[in-house]
Design a protein around this ligand. Structure first.
Ligand code: UDP
Ligand code: GAL
Ligand code: MN
Length: 248
């Protein structure tokens, strides 16, 4: 049904500091499994354009490199993605694509991640919390934060390592998260899981139109494959955070 619409799927990937090392596997596995047969435009945000590997892309797929600053704390590198994606949508992506998916780079594809993920606003269930009650969710619990979610509220705990949808919907999400991150910052407050906390807050009030099962957002740290997970499609790799992250 989507094939004939000639869609372009923008795909944002950040690789700042030592995270450039993850780009090759990410891109090579994406070319095998991600939106195969569709036009994909990768936007690689990095502080080191020379470290972006040359990976052969299938016809109709392209890659742009966008220079970004390297903030000195890993938390800030992660959370500033909201503002950088918002700006990139306004400056160019809104003219260049129909959908946008925003993905972590410390990930590999193992199986199909195809047009079944397309929707207006799409979020993935976090692989560590899909069996948990909401009290267990690692939402921001301090009322002084704009990301605050009371203990008796919340639908799901979403993982911010993969989200997307129509450009307009993702633009609203990134803009609101960016604004709320700034409000918190003005009182020197950083939410417990940075932009992921704001992302979860946003989706409590503006429900996603499609949920991806943890098959679409797995974590290699989770040993064993539960019987309900039939196919691991996309998974966070095991990385040594102390070695790859930036600490101020
Ligand atoms: N990131 C980066 N450089 C850093 C820290 C983070 O490029 O020094 C980007 C990268 O795209 C990464 C994402 O921010 O996948 C989120 O950070 P990370 O994967 O470390 O968070 P986790 O998924 O482990 O919570
Ligand atoms: C971890 C994950 C983090 C964050 C956290 C939330 O498993 O690595 O990125 O999502 O869960 O509790
Ligand atoms: Mn990650």
């Amino acid at each position: 049904m989507y094939k004939y619409l000639n869609l372009t799927i923008a795909t944002t990937v950040f690789a700042v500091g030592k995270y450039t090392r993850f780009l090759r596997d990410f891109l090579e596995t994406a070319e095998q499994h991600y939106m195969v047969g569709f036009k994909v435009h990768y936007y690689i945000f990095t502080d080191q354009p020379k470290e972006v590997p040359e990976v052969a892309l299938a016809p109709g797929r392209e890659l742009s490199v966008i220079l970004v600053p390297k903030f000195n704390r890993w938390q800030e590198i992660s959370l500033r993605r909201m503002e950088i994606i918002q700006t990139a949508i306004e400056e160019r992506i809104h003219k260049e694509a129909d959908y946008i998916y925003c993905l972590d780079v410390d990930m590999k594809f193992h199986n199909r991640w195809g047009p079944e993920v397309l929707g207006s606003l799409v979020a993935a269930l976090h692989p560590w919390f899909y069996h948990s009650n909401r009290e267990i969710f690692t939402y921001e619990r301090r009322p002084s934060s704009t990301a605050y979610i009371p203990i008796e509220q919340g639908d799901f705990y979403y993982m911010a390592a993969a989200f997307g949808g129509r450009i307009e919907d993702v633009h609203k999400l990134t803009k609101t998260c960016r604004e709320n991150l700034e409000v918190d910052k003005s009182i020197d407050l950083e939410a417990v899981w940075q932009e992921e906390s704001h992302f979860n807050w946003y989706l409590l009030y503006r429900k996603p139109t499609k949920l991806l099962s943890p098959e679409y957002m797995w974590d290699d740290f989770k040993k064993g494959q539960p019987s309900e997970i039939k196919i691991i499609r996309f998974s966070a790799i095991i990385k040594n955070n102390a070695e790859v992250r930036e600490y101020a």
